[in-house]
Ligand binder design. Sequence first.
Ligand code: PXP
Length: 244
Amino acid sequence: MSKKLRLGVNIDHVATIRNARGGAHPDPIRAAQIAAAAGADGITAHLREDRRHISDEDIDRLMDTLSLPLNLEMAATPEMLEIALRHKPHAACIVPERREERTTEGGLDAVRGRETLRPLVGALTESGVRVSLFVEPDPLQLDAAKAIGAPVVELHTGAYCDAGPQRRAQELQRVVAAAAHAEAIGLECHAGHGLAYDTVGPVAAIATIVELNIGHFLIGEAIFVGLDDSIRRMRALMDGARRR
Ligand code: PXP
C-alpha cells in the first residue's frame, strides 16, 4: 500500500515580493495560514545567509504562530545551526547555498561533505529536529546520507522539471530509482524543486516518496488564481496521481 503523501508549501517567495518594497506586505505568515486551510501538511521556509527572502523575524513568528510543522531549509553553517538549535523546528532540510545563485541549483555533495555534515546532523537530531539532506537522485549521495546518520533525504527534482521532452523520462527514471534505493537502505524519501502542475504527477505517483516541497510555482500561480486555489489544485493533482 502506498504511504500518505504530504505537501510542504514553501513560502519563501511571498517574502521575496514583500522585500521588493521593504514593508510588511504580503506577509508570509498569512500565506502559511492560507496554506494550512488549503490542505498543506507543512510549511517550508529557507533562511538564507543573505536573508534575501525569509527573515529571522519570519522564523520567530512562524515558530510562535504556526499550526503546521515547520521545515527549515538551511545551509550547513555554524550560524544556521545555532538558529535551528534555538528554534527546534519540526524538521530541517540541509541545502547547499551559494550567494550568487538565484535558487538552490543542485543537491548537497554528501559524499565529499561527510565530515562537515555528520556533526551538524548529529546535533540537530539530538535536539529532536528531523533532518533531511537535499541531494541529487544519485545512489551514492543516498548512501552517504545514510552513513552520515540523516533519517531523511529530499531528492532534487530540478533536472527532471527542467528537462525537455527528450530527456524528461530519463530524468524521471533517476528519481524513481533513487526513491527505490532510499527505501531499500531505510531512508525516508521526500522530493522537491521546480515542481508544477504538469510535472508533479509522475513524482507524486512514486509510492515511497512521502513528502513534496513546492514553492515557486504555487506562489507564482497564486497571482492569477489566489493562493488557496493554487494549493488546492496541486493537492488534488498529487492525490489523484497517488491513487492511480
Ligand atoms: N526543496 C528544497 C530543498 C528547496 O531548496 C526548494 C527551493 O527553495 C524547494 C524544495 C522548492 O522549490 P520550488 O520553489 O522550485 O518549488
